[in-house]
Design a protein around this ligand. Structure first.
Ligand SMILES: Cc1cc2nc3c(=O)[nH]c(=O)nc-3n(C[C@H](O)[C@H](O)[C@H](O)COP(=O)(O)OP(=O)(O)OC[C@H]3O[C@@H](n4cnc5c(N)ncnc54)[C@H](O)[C@@H]3O)c2cc1C
Length: 189
């Protein structure tokens, strides 16, 4: 049983996992290793003057893993509600449950559509359909949120990563019953 399950370990998913894991929430990230970022060479990500896509993905996983996020390579087949109002995530060979699920599945709405989650037209180039969310990132299925490319934000690593973080902060705020802030203070030398 997890607090948060994130489907997708691209910039949006790993960034969301970093926040939820660092906040002490039991976090599972399920990913099928099809990130579009694997093909990228990035020179426009603030704080990383130039970086290969695969290196950005690896660093993101390691950063979230340091705080306890668990990464598992699996294809997610379905998402649905359980009788006790949790969210069930079905993979090719296992079922997981969490209070909240964040879909950060990149360019495909196939999973959302098969789960009956509302989609809508995309506005970014080459992104025809996106998951319909409110400003916080909530989808039409209670407890299921979406972030990154699949939620319709501009297809750039800094923006999808930022959106993953934004939605994670909203999830954490709802779980904790107050707005969540994660500020570490510079250590005295
Ligand atoms: C060739 C190329 C060059 C680029 N160059 C730049 C650049 O220079 N600068 C820049 O800012 N951006 C660049 N980008 C864009 C950048 O990669 C994206 O904006 C951003 O990384 C997308 O992040 P994301 O997390 O939304 O999606 P993704 O990185 O695609 O991650 C989605 C993840 O979800 C997983 N997934 C999907 N469905 C399932 C499922 N059913 N079960 C389990 N896992 C699933 C996938 O395996 C994937 O890991 C480039 C993209 C490409 C293709």
């Amino acid at each position: 049983m997890y607090d948060v399950i994130i489907v997708g370990a691209g910039p949006a998913g790993a960034s969301a996992a970093l926040f939820t894991a660092k906040a002490g929430k039991q976090t599972l990230v399920l990913d099928n290793d099809q990130s579009m970022t694997k093909a990228a060479w990035v020179e426009n990500h603030y704080g990383a003057p130039e970086i290969e896509g695969p290196e950005l993905l690896k660093t993101g996983r390691e950063q979230a893993g340091k705080f306890g996020a668990e990464f598992v390579n699996k294809q997610v087949e379905d998402v649905s509600k359980t009788d006790n109002q949790r969210v069930k995530v079905e993979t090719e060979d296992g079922v997981y449950e969490a209070e909240h699920v964040i879909l950060t599945v990149g360019g495909s709405t196939k999973l959302a559509e098969s789960a009956g989650i509302d989609t809508t037209d995309g506005s970014e180039p080459r992104i025809k359909t996106i998951i319909d969310t409110d400003d916080a990132g909530k989808t039409s299925m209670e407890g299921v949120w979406a972030a990154g490319t699949v939620a319709g934000v501009s297809v750039h690593t800094i923006i999808t990563a930022g959106d993953g973080a934004k939605v994670a902060v909203n999830v954490l705020s709802e779980m904790n019953g107050e707005r969540y802030v994660d500020h570490d203070v510079l250590k005295k030398k």
